[in-house]
Design a protein around this ligand. Structure first.
Ligand code: GLU
Length: 289
């Protein structure tokens, strides 16, 4: 029920304003750059180094996307990254943003290409076997994006039988639509490629989290529409290298602080909630292993 309300609020808000994510005039929370007390292990090492590499998406408006002409991605995931860096005493200019796609998030953490992944990255038991995931810092759910002309034919996952549906390799979205709904899946590397396929009619639907789809719909509201209710629960987590000492405790403490001091809500309002629509309930964090 809560998710439905959030989805409706987001849909109305994002579509009304034409989502652009946060820009420099309205750049989200003002977070003090100061290392937290009691940092240990890998978190302390990062703080001492004074630099961090964060894996984010570059093509998901509202969540994390590079605007034309800019080198810095903007969106809710990026704001969460800045909050975490600030709590390590690392300033924004010392964050290196590295593009991750859904399928390389685990390997990028395992081989040290990035220190953290903050990339619409659902917490799952499978993923937690190979990487650490702290959070959740946000909860959304899988939905469908279709061409407006087809919105009366494809209204939800039960209408997907033998329909060509694009989703992304390595995502929970692709796996669910393959396993549970008898669709004809068309895998790509990124959701923006999927949206291109939908627009040129190579596929008839795109599926992933509502938060991501609403961003694409807001860029082309005359042609594209998010349909139906969420049919999964996606709990976005922060990925870190498995067993990195001190990371989960550090992340949970920094997120809790941001929930309490209003910076998490400010981050949401400046990005996914750009319209000024209601911020979601603060999620309950999983305990650290
Ligand atoms: N949240 C889902 C996942 O982590 C879908 C979005 C994505 O692929 O980034 O698989």
């Amino acid at each position: 029920m809560r998710r439905r309300t959030l989805g409706a609020v987001l849909a109305a808000g994002l579509l009304a304003v034409g989502l652009t994510a946060c820009g420099s005039d309205d750049s989200g929370p003002d977070v003090k750059v100061k290392a937290a007390d009691n940092l240990t292990g890998a978190a302390k090492a990062l703080s001492d180094k004074g630099k961090i590499k964060i894996g984010v998406k570059f093509d998901q408006p509202g969540v994390s996307a590079k605007e034309p002409g800019s080198d810095t991605p903007v969106g809710f995931d990026d704001e969460i990254g800045k909050i975490l860096a600030a709590n390590l005493g690392i300033k924004e200019s010392d964050i290196q943003w590295i593009e991750t796609v859904s399928d390389n998030r685990e390997s990028f953490l395992q081989n040290g290409t990035v220190d953290l992944v903050i990339a619409s990255y659902s917490i799952t038991d499978e993923r937690r076997k190979v990487v650490g995931q702290a959070g959740p810092y946000y909860v959304t759910g899988q939905q469908l994006l279709v061409r407006k002309d087809d919105a009366d034919k494809i209204k939800g996952p039960d209408d997907l039988k033998n329909v060509k549906v694009c989703s992304v390799e390595g995502s929970t979205s692709l796996q669910r639509v393959e396993d549970e709904y008898g669709a004809s899946p068309v895998p790509f590397s990124t959701y923006s490629e999927c949206v291109d396929q939908l627009e040129n009619k190579t596929v008839d639907a795109v599926t992933t989290d509502g938060a991501i789809l609403l961003g694409y719909a807001s860029k082309n509201p005359d042609k594209l529409e998010v349909v139906g209710e969420p049919f999964s629960e996606e709990r976005y987590g922060i990925g870190y290298k498995k067993d990195a000492a001190g990371m989960c405790d550090f992340i949970n403490a920094a997120l809790t602080k941001s929930f309490d001091d209003g910076t998490w809500a400010d981050a949401f309002d400046a990005t996914l909630g750009k319209s000024g629509s209601k911020t979601p309930d603060k999620p309950t964090l999983d305990p650290c292993p």
